[in-house]
Design a protein around this ligand. Sequence first.
Ligand code: HEM
Length: 206
Amino acid sequence: MSLTGIFLILFLVVHCYINAQIFWNDGGHKFEEAAHFMGTNFIIRTVEIGLTAFLLLHIIQGLNLWLSNRSKRSVRYTVSAGNQTSAWYRRSMGVLGSLLLIFLVIHTAKFWIPNRASQISGNGELPLYHLMKDEFQYGWVVIVYIIGCITLSWHLVHGFWSSFQTLGLATHRYKYLINGIGIAFAIIVPLVFALMPLAFYFHWID
Ligand code: HEM
């Protein structure tokens, strides 16, 4: 889970950086340029297959871990220790991950699937900037994205730290550093993502 998680964290950095090009407010010029490179470059397209495989693997591993944790105790605790032994988001990774999965199904159905379908049918790439602009005029779409970003944030607070902990890198010396970077990452990346639908909805960019 740790390695697939780190790969997905790297994907988020690239995805966030490319999408953040919309904030140049240049009618999507810089963003479309970057998106075109990502959408047509052979190496990136190959990595995309890896991304899909890693995402599926991460989900399967998470499900396995959850099932194995459950099977270790046939009798449930009568009293829950609550937040005394671990924070709620550390115990709710399965629920947060499932919510993220629902978000990802909606998200890929809105952008990635139509874009690939258009490419495969020979009609070329879709103008993603305008697609985003249109999609984010709907209040409910913006709300779904904000909820998706909040969920991502909580999932990352534990996930980032946990990835390094499993690899044995969160030693006593680096524990606070990794925790700090993890929390900063879990706030900044989802916040930048959340600003995207808001920027289109409130016409901060055009
Ligand atoms: C909230 C702002 C976001 C916007 C505006 C956005 C926009 C997009 C767009 C336009 C694409 C299609 C790219 C293409 O066709 O090549 C895409 C793909 C994708 N997005 Fe997002 N995204 C956002 C947030 C997220 C988040 C938070 C996640 C993950 C938790 C995510 C995961 C993905 C994935 C897995 C793909 C398919 C990647 C690929 O293989 O090309 N996105 N996104």
